[in-house]
Design a binder for this molecule. Sequence first.
Ligand code: NAP
Ligand code: MG
Length: 507
Amino acid sequence: MTQTASADLITETGVMKRSHYSMIINGKRVDSRSGEVFDTYNPAKGEVLATVAKASEEDAEKAVQAAREAFDHGKWRKYPVGKRSRVLNEIAAIMRKRFKELVEVEVLNSGKSVGAAQVQINQSIEDFEFYAGAIVGHRGHVNNMPNGFFNYTHKEPVGVCAQIIPWNYPLMMAAWKIAPAIAAGCSVVVKPASLTPITALILNEICHEAGVPEGVVNTIPGSGSVIGDYLVTHKDVNKVAFTGSTPTGKDIMAKASSTLKRTTLELGGKSPNIVFADADMEAAVAGSLFGIYFNTGQSCEARSRMFVHEDIYDEFMEQFIEKTEKLQLGDPFDKGTHLGSIISRDQLEVIDGYVQSAKKEGATIATGGKEKKIEGFENGHWYEPTVITNVTPDMKAVREEIFGPVVVVEKFSDEKDAIKRANDTEYGLGSAIWTTNQARATRVAHQIEAGIVMVNCPFSAFPGTPFGGYKESGYGRELCVETLDLYMEDKSVLSYYGAKPLNPFGV
Ligand code: NAP
Ligand code: MG
């Protein structure tokens, strides 16, 4: 950092003493030209945490030009790949050193439980390590050619990337975006969610501390509909990588088409969780609980539609509901807390709206179904883990993404029917199958229309595993080696070195 925009910024003990966060453009902390700021909150308490510089279109322009300059004339993309790799490893090393601080800020800004934040920040670190390794082995091909010809593909970074991220995994989504992009040699402008801008800003600072040259990573908090839109239509932006809701994704895809930008879209989900009669009951109950309630259900790959075989339905549901009721909500910093708060009052109202609509349409609220008051956190946004049974496939709560700790449950009797119902959704991100029959697991896995199938497994993503959707859950895969190709162009270099000069026109 070469400039600080306000007096109370970095301290020896870390960021917690900051009351204001600036944007980061061209390696500097800067405030918006207009001086405009917005408040960012601790949703567990409903309290203001800090003020944040609010980027306008003018600031976004500065960030794009910084990224453009770094890409067109800077040294990052020209570094030997081993040097870029070392810097990525250094980012990971600094994040590891500042692990506690990152966890703390993430919990404060998102309301998530400390356990969830630790897992996500750990994974964010591993993402940088993963791409530090992956980029070294990433290369083009030499292709078979007629005698005298030689052709190879040269992988080149795609250019300036706008990376627009959501609030549910503030740092992890920033890591999923920044790590492969800069590994590939791109420059980025990150637009964090307005609700959770802090850890992305800290990550940007860490990138500089690790040796990423100025202008390569820029972070501009501000309104999605204003600066997000500006980035998506900007002629100097080559690619947009977006994670968020399906409607915004569609809007971005349409707007990005005017300049034919490359896009990767990681959107919503309504993922099925199918429990067969031969499932290991203990594993299926535990994994299904985690599948819906992790991160307080605010996950795009949350397994929010459960299909349970009729032969085990009563036994499974009894255990599932009993364990749902045992889940602890409370101080996010308490190690025993399973579910943190909801991100905002608006989101809580959205969630409750779905629960009320299901009730009205005749479903049964088997447990939960209302806001929860937590002692010491009375002004926060808390919602009971909720199980809805007796649903029909046409109900709003069954069809639409709720993005909260709410699961809808259906009974099934036949494998084919379960697959058909599981696929009866416009989404196709995650899915889970619980069975001890390996043949069935494979058969079903191959028929599910989703980018991810978890077989007897509660986890959806590790660095190296492709993450992304089918259908209206978007396209493109993140977190894997293939992601690097989404930040690169394949240039075909075609040469002729035959002895005889070629004269195709024959003149
Ligand atoms: P969203 O509107 O899709 O926001 C995601 C990101 O896109 C944020 O950074 C947002 O900025 C930005 N954005 C908003 N409008 C934009 C536009 N027109 N052009 C470019 N960028 C834009 O999602 P949300 O409003 O936060 O949440 C709504 C619903 O989306 C949730 O209830 C949930 O169903 C779903 N969701 C899905 C995921 C996922 O991982 N797939 C994550 C979060 C939310 P601002 O923050 O400034 O608006
Ligand atoms: Mg929105």
